[in-house]
Design a protein around this ligand. Structure first.
Ligand code: HEC
Length: 143
């Protein structure tokens, strides 16, 4: 009994990177596939209108690449850049608006605006999942 409640308390205060990964799987992965190689994405979106892969949303590797490239100053202070990227993601999930999108028009034009997840995800969960997106590395980079 005591053990269980202690465990519950420590889980509630610290959401680690693993939790971010698990939260992504539970809350985002249904629409955002994790990884599709860039050449396949190019073919799908630049040559066709998403007919080939029929994705429901930009992939995690697209989100990671585009948001880090387009939000804040990728060549500036690394800690500042991380904060800006994490804030962008946290804001988008609660207040989605395609006008704020940093994806290419050829990509984003295939999708309706993401439904807001307001009330479905807590502030600390959102923080953990946004950090996970920031830190995501593509399979070929992991070697
Ligand atoms: C029901 C499907 C769905 C779910 C679930 C979902 N998304 Fe999305 N998301 C979309 C679609 C579609 C887009 C592309 C259209 C847009 O930008 O609004 C998108 C776009 C985004 C963008 C903006 C990218 C850009 O610049 O255009 C972010 C950031 C994002 N999602 C993060 C998340 C996170 C984090 C989660 C989980 C906590 C999540 N999404 C869950 C469908 C979804």
């Amino acid at each position: 009994m005591i053990r269980q409640s202690l465990l519950g308390a420590s889980l509630a205060v610290t959401l680690s990177a693993n939790d971010g990964a698990a939260l992504f799987d539970a809350q985002c992965n249904a629409c955002h596939v994790k990884y599709v190689p860039v050449n396949e994405l190019m073919e799908n979106f630049m040559k066709g209108k998403n007919e080939k892969l029929k994705l429901l949303a930009p992939t995690l590797n697209q989100l990671n690449f585009r948001i880090k490239q387009m939000v804040g100053d990728p060549k500036g202070d690394a800690e500042m850049h991380r904060i800006e990227v994490v804030e962008f993601i946290k804001d988008y999930v609660i207040h989605p608006d395609k006008a704020k999108s940093v994806c290419l028009a050829e990509v984003i034009d295939n999708f309706e605006t993401m439904p807001s997840m307001k009330g479905q995800i807590s502030e600390s969960e959102l923080e953990a999942v946004a950090e996970f997106i920031y830190d995501y590395t593509q399979p070929e980079e992991r070697k």
